[in-house]
Design a protein around this ligand. Structure first.
Ligand code: HEM
Length: 415
């Protein structure tokens, strides 16, 4: 139980978090209620611990941007997200880019982020665009070949981001399937047995070690080779550890998030066909539309927890050191104080300073890549399948019941 919880009355009204969405594409009504009436709201997590939920744009942005506050949910007294883990995925992620196991100190994280940021440049991402386009076309062609209706999540959403990460890491096409299997197994804790998960972990570690060794012996154009050259001075073991941790971190942070967003993006745009028609009529809308679906996502998952190591004032309330807050970026993204007509999807919204990728020193390192993937998927679908539509009524879309990353089970489509 977190320390600060003693200060919050232990009344049964403390709502359970995450809240339930009325339908897969609609936000929980609590977001708007709390933004108005209680911007710093006590919530009860699945572990039974309490935390404080921030729902307004300014507050969320301020806390996420504050370099003093991190995801140190393994800290003494920090609220646990789930009952059976020390902070769930976030606990393992520490401050280290979601590496799923190697908790880093704030200093190590800063150094890691600077290093990976140097290799993860806009130039690299721009250079990946034609490859991403070709992969997307291949996946869409094979979906078409299999016939309608198809599940867009299965056909495009899940495979594409793994293929892209393989490309980024210099993993050959022939190993993509194994990579996708290991990633699925490690991420979907409920679908596989513990033995399967352990076996996948072991195989994946062995594969990465061999891959990293090969890259160091014979560098290519990929991010791992570049990282290895950036840390030439380090001893071999450290370089190996750094590269393996980074590869895993990128997979954990960049696979499920992007996969789910592809499904949510397509369903949001098809849920009201006038949106699809607008995009067909003006392809220049693709870029702002991608930003708008990121802002409008009603199903982003848990939000970002932060452990307050020092006292801080939020919305005229003093929160003591030792408090765990959860920043709801999705609620912040619908704050009328920041976005005019926040409850409407406007495909040409500009500027659109949403916080779907977080903010500040921990914001998403892969956001340029994620944006590129989403834009390319949309471009290819508009080009190849202009008649695309949902194959089920919107109320039949089902949410994926995961705690951390929100998504849809399936997005059935026809054309
Ligand atoms: C639509 C897809 C994506 C969304 C919505 C998303 C969202 C986020 C968010 C909100 C954070 C901040 C976490 C925090 O503040 O604690 C984050 C961090 C991160 N993301 Fe993404 N992400 C996406 C795709 C990707 C991709 C494709 C990659 C790379 C292949 C990636 C790599 C990372 C990394 C490495 C971090 C950790 C940064 C750090 O700890 O400094 N993400 N992401």
């Amino acid at each position: 139980m977190s320390e600060f919880s003693a200060e919050i009355p232990e009344v049964p009204e403390v709502p359970e978090y995450p809240f339930r969405n009325p339908t897969a594409l609609e936000p929980p009504p609590e977001w708007a209620e709390l933004r108005e009436g209680c911007p710093v709201a006590p919530i009860r997590l699945a572990s039974g611990d309490t935390a404080l939920l921030l729902t307004r744009y300014q507050d969320v942005k301020e806390i996420l941007s504050d370099p003093r506050f991190t995801r140190r949910l393994d800290a003494e007294g920090a609220a646990r997200v789930t009952a059976n883990e020390s902070g769930g995925v976030f606990g393992g992620a520490g401050d280290g880019g979601g590496d799923g196991g190697t908790a880093m100190t704030a200093d190590t994280h800063r150094a890691w982020r600077q290093l990976v940021g140097r290799a993860f440049t806009a130039k690299r991402v721009t250079g990946m665009r034609p490859g991403i386009q070709a992969m997307t076309e291949r996946l869409v062609e094979s979906m078409i070949a299999q016939g309608e209706p198809a599940d867009l999540v299965d056909a495009v959403g899940f495979p594409l981001p793994v293929w892209v990460i393989c490309d980024l890491l210099g993993v050959p096409d022939s190993d993509r399937e194994s990579f996708a299997y290991w990633s699925d197994t490690m991420l979907s804790l409920t679908r596989f047995s513990q033995e399967e998960i352990d076996a996948a972990q072991g195989e994946f570690d062995a594969y990465l070690l061999a891959h990293v060794t090969a890259k160091r012996a014979e560098p290519g154009e990929d991010l791992l080779s570049e990282l290895a050259s950036l840390v030439e001075g380090l001893d071999g073991r450290l370089t190996e550890q750094l590269l393996i941790m980074t590869a895993k971190g990128l997979l954990v942070a960049g696979h499920e998030t992007t996969a789910n967003m592809i499904g949510k993006m397509v369903s949001m745009l098809l849920a009201d066909r006038s949106r699809w028609e607008a995009l067909l009529a003006d392809r220049a809308l693709v870029r702002p539309a991608v930003e708008e679906v990121l802002r409008f996502d009603a199903n982003p998952g848990f939000g970002m927890p932060r452990y307050l190591t020092e006292e801080v004032e939020v919305a005229h309330r003093t929160l003591p050191a030792g408090t765990t807050v959860v920043c709801s970026m999705a609620s912040a993204n619908r704050d009328e104080r920041q976005f005019e007509g926040a409850g409407e999807m406007r495909l040409n919204r500009s500027p659109n300073p949403h916080v779907a990728f977080g903010a500040g020193p921990h914001s998403c390192l892969g956001q340029a890549l994620a944006r590129t993937e989403l834009q390319v998927v949309l471009d290819v679908l508009l080009e190849r399948l202009p008649t695309l539509e949902l194959a089920v009524p919107v109320p039949e879309l089902r949410r994926r019941e995961g705690l951390v990353v929100g998504g849809l089970e399936q997005v059935p489509v026809r054309w």
